[in-house]
Ligand binder design. Structure first.
Ligand SMILES: NC(=O)c1ccc[n+]([C@@H]2O[C@H](COP(=O)([O-])OP(=O)(O)OC[C@H]3O[C@@H](n4cnc5c(N)ncnc54)[C@H](OP(=O)(O)O)[C@@H]3O)[C@@H](O)[C@H]2O)c1
Length: 307
C-alpha cells in the first residue's frame, strides 16, 4: 500500500508510520520541516498548495496535521491557529489532491470526541447527533465536515474521533506523571466526570483498520471500550506508580488556571463508546485502564518508567 501521512512526524503519526513501514507499506510523510529526510515531502499547507505530483496514485492519505490543542491558553490568536491548522490545512490538502490525475482511493481523517461535550453518564455512540456548545466542540464538527469533503475526490472517507491518546513516550501521559513525581498527583474536579482514553497502540491499530477495510466509511469513536471516571483514571495512574491517590485539583482552581479549557477539556464528562469500531470487527488490546497504565509504565528497561 502507498500511503501519505500529514502530521506524520507527530506522536501518533510517527507510530503509525513506523507500523506501516514495518509491515511493508510505502509511506510518504508530509512535513513543514525544512529538514525533510528520505520518505518525507516538505509542504507549506498554510497557503494553497501546488498539485503535489508525488501524491499521484496513492492508495490512501491519513490526515493527522494540527497544532497542539492543550499546550497554550486559548487566546483569540491561538484559537485561530488551532482552527487554521486543521480546517485550512485540510482544505488546501484536498485542493491539491483534486488536481491529481489519480487521487487517493481512501482518506482517513482524525478528530476529537469534543463534539459530545459535557454529557454526564450518557453513553455516547456515533449516532448521537447532539453537538455541545464551546470552542472545541465546534472545531471538531467543522474539522470532521471538512475532512468528509474528501468524498468529492471519489475517495472512501473514514474519520476517527480520538479520545486522549496514552503512550509511554509522548502525548499527555508524561505530563500527567510529573505531579505524581513531586507528590501532588490527584484527580481533577470532583472526579466523577468520564474521561475518554485510548492507548497509542490501539490508536495505530484502529487507523490501520480504517485504511485496510474497504467497507469502513463515516465516523468512528476512537476510545477504549471500558470508559472510566477521572478519579478511577488518576487512581490507576497512581497505582501504576506505586502511589495511593487522595488529592484532587478543585474545579475552581482549574477554571482559574485554564479558563474555558478547564471546562471543555478537563471537567467535561464524556462517556463515549466505540460502537462503530466494534461493529467493524476491531478488538482492543488495551481495554481497561489499570492494566493499560501498568503496561505503559512497565514498557521500559527493568520495569522502570522512562519518564
Ligand atoms: N494525542 C491525542 O491525545 C489526540 C486526541 C484527539 C485528537 N488528536 C489529534 O490527532 C492529531 C495528531 O495528534 P498528535 O498527538 O500526533 O499531535 P502532534 O504530536 O502535535 O503532531 C501533529 C503534527 O501536525 C503538524 N502540525 C503542527 N502544527 C501545524 C500547523 N500549524 N500546520 C500544519 N501542520 C501542523 C506537525 O507536523 P510537522 O511539524 O512535521 O509539519 C506535527 O507533527 C492532531 O491533529 C490532534 O489534534 C490527538
Amino acid at each position: 500500500m502507498r500511503v501519505a501521512i500529514t502530521g506524520g512526524t507527530g506522536f501518533i503519526g510517527a507510530a503509525l508510520t513506523q507500523h506501516l513501514r514495518d509491515r511493508g507499506d510505502e509511506v510518504l510523510v508530509l512535513t513543514r520541516r525544512a529538514t525533510a529526510r528520505q520518505g518525507e515531502l516538505r509542504w507549506a499547507p498554510d497557503r494553497p498548495l501546488p498539485p503535489l505530483r508525488e501524491l499521484e496514485g496513492l492508495d490512501a492519505v491519513v490526515n493527522l496535521a494540527g497544532a497542539p490543542i492543550a499546550t497554550r491558553p486559548w487566546t483569540q490568536r491561538r484559537r485561530g491557529i488551532l482552527r487554521a491548522s486543521r480546517l485550512q490545512v485540510t482544505e488546501h490538502l484536498l485542493g491539491a489532491l483534486s488536481e491529481l490525475r489519480a487521487p487517493p482511493r481512501a482518506f482517513v481523517g482524525i478528530s476529537g470526541l469534543w463534539r459530545y461535550g459535557d454529557r454526564g453518564d450518557d453513553v455516547l455512540t456515533e449516532v448521537d447527533d447532539r453537538v455541545a456548545g464551546g470552542f472545541l466542540a465546534q472545531l471538531a464538527v467543522d474539522w470532521e465536515d471538512t475532512q468528509l469533503q474528501a468524498e468529492r475526490l471519489g475517495a472512501r472517507v473514514a474519520v476517527l474521533r480520538l479520545a486522549m491518546v496514552l503512550g509511554a513516550q509522548g502525548g499527555v501521559l508524561p505530563l500527567m506523571i510529573k505531579p505524581f513525581q513531586v507528590g501532588i498527583g490527584g484527580w481533577l474536579g470532583d472526579g466523577t466526570q468520564y474521561i475518554p482514553w485510548i492507548s497509542l497502540r490501539d490508536t495505530v491499530r484502529a487507523l490501520v483498520l480504517l485504511l485496510d477495510e474497504p467497507s469502513a466509511t463515516g465516523v468512528f469513536n476512537g476510545t477504549a471500550p471500558a470508559p472510566c471516571t477521572n478519579k478511577t483514571f488518576f487512581s490507576a495512574l497512581g497505582a501504576a506508580l506505586g502511589q495511593s491517590v487522595s488529592l484532587q485539583a478543585p474545579s475552581w482552581v482549574l477554571r482559574g488556571a485554564f479558563g474555558c479549557m478547564a471546562e471543555e477539556l478537563l471537567l467535561a464528562s464524556t462517556r463515549a463508546a466505540p460502537e462503530a469500531l466494534l461493529n467493524a470487527g476491531f478488538t482492543f488490546r488495551d481495554g481497561e485502564i489499570r492494566g493499560t497504565m501498568r503496561g505503559l509504565l512497565d514498557q521500559h528497561s527493568g520495569g522502570q518508567p522512562a519518564f
